[in-house]
Design a protein around this ligand. Structure first.
Ligand code: NAD
Ligand code: TYD
Length: 341
């Protein structure tokens, strides 16, 4: 049995990971540490409170040394899986400082606590965005140089450098996954897929940045979770692993697939002013992870279809978000852009 500290476990991928573990490794004990920012939702973990012997929720900030030390010392955890982050590129363009604080300093606070407690494994949930734009037909393998281009990606890269530095300098047993764009249940509707799906359900326009020909690798969250578990159990300490399906999809194609799945007209697509510094293409070489026996279970169309169905069936989850504080963000980001489209 393991004792995991899962940071950011009330967010999108973290909460899916905790549920995935409940099914795959029911005997493991999980403590979630989450600040519950706008993106963290306690309801994402609904139902888990009942398993008191194997699940605990701590509301707290990963930048708070006392709180973090309290979660890991005296055998509180033998493994840390670190998801907590400010995660949205557009937010990082508007409010970059909080990204440095949480993503970089917060990661270092966790690393220090892990070192002091003699943690058996520190797993960092990283991103393919550290590689920056990748020219076609190239693919980033794990030894590719980092070239982040957004404040979000730069802070994720900086934090990952710290993780490897703690491995090299202090012998902390670290592993890293660098995941591609992930979709699925409970994704905050600021990200492209969840925004497009919820807008499409309401017959609202889908704001496509620029020409929409930017390429992403959209992966179902269960495949991302399975990859993290595979690396925890079979990955080599000190190594990083790319995680993605290898399938390239243009954003405009993703939007059209969403509209088709919902039976909505293609005329809902609106091309709006592009994101500053928008990375044109991410593409990963995932052979290293596949050599651990992992492969994606969801084809692109299936990943979109099940995600669309989840949002269609769980309006009670996303409607309060979209009509709450998110509304101000949406207006600020999109009102003028859509008016000019
Ligand atoms: P998310 O924004 O949905 O969730 C982030 C969680 O972290 C939230 O629950 C939030 O409350 C919590 N958090 C934020 N700041 C915190 C702090 N200071 N202390 C404690 N908790 C804090 O993000 P996500 O999409 O689930 O991403 C999770 C991780 O995966 C991130 O590290 C992200 O960089 C990485 N990642 C995401 C994707 C993607 O497509 N979403 C792809 C690759 C990697
Ligand atoms: P996003 O989900 O924000 O992920 P990332 O920027 O981390 O890849 O965006 C995915 C892609 O969709 C990205 O190329 C930007 C684009 N996009 C839009 O075209 N419109 C939008 O409203 C958003 C949020 C993103």
């Amino acid at each position: 049995m393991k004792r995991l500290l899962v940071t950011g476990g009330a967010g999108f991928i973290g909460s899916n990971f905790v549920r995935y573990l409940r099914e795959q490794r029911p005997l493991w004990h999980v403590t979630v540490l989450d600040k519950l920012t706008y993106a963290g939702r306690e309801e994402n973990l609904a139902g888990l409170e009942s398993s008191k012997e194997s699940f605990e929720f701590v509301r707290g900030d990963i930048c708070d040394e006392r709180v973090v030390a309290g979660c890991v010392r005296d055998g509180g955890a033998d493994t840390i899986v670190h998801f907590a982050a400010e995660s949205h590129v557009d937010q990082s363009i508007v409010n970059p400082y909080v990204f440095t604080e949480t993503n970089v300093r917060g990661t270092q606070v966790l690393l220090e606590a892990a070192r002091a407690a003699g943690i058996e494994r520190f797993h960092y949930v990283g991103t393919d965005e550290v590689y920056g734009h990748v020219a076609s037909p190239g693919r980033s393998s794990e030894d590719h140089a980092f070239a982040p281009r957004s404040p979000y990606a730069a802070t994720k890269a900086a934090a990952e450098h710290l993780v490897h530095a703690y491995g090299a300098t202090y012998g902390l047993p670290v592993t890293v996954t660098r995941g591609s764009n992930t979709i699925g249940p409970h994704q905050f509707p600021e990200k492209a897929a969840s925004l497009f799906i919820t807008n499409a359900i309401d017959g609202e326009p889908l704001p496509i940045y620029g020409d929409g020909l930017q390429v992403r690798d959209y992966m179902h969250v269960d495949d991302h979770c399975a990859a993290i578990l595979a690396v925890l159990e079979r990955g080599v300490v000190g190594e990083a692993y790319n995680v993605g399906t290898g399938v390239e999809t243009a954003n405009i194609e993703m939007a059209r697939t969403v509209l088709e799945a919902l039976g909505r007209p293609a005329s809902l697509v609106r091309h709006v002013t592009d994101r500053a510094g928008h990375d044109r293409r991410y593409a990963l070489d995932t052979s290293k992870l596949r050599s651990l026996g992992w492969k994606p279970q969801f084809a692109f169309d299936a990943a979109i279809a099940v995600t669309v169905r989840w949002y269609a069936e769980h309006e009670e989850w996303w409607r309060p978000i979209k009509s709450g504080a998110f509304r101000a963000w949406y207006e600020q980001q999109y009102r003028e852009r859509l008016a000019g489209s």
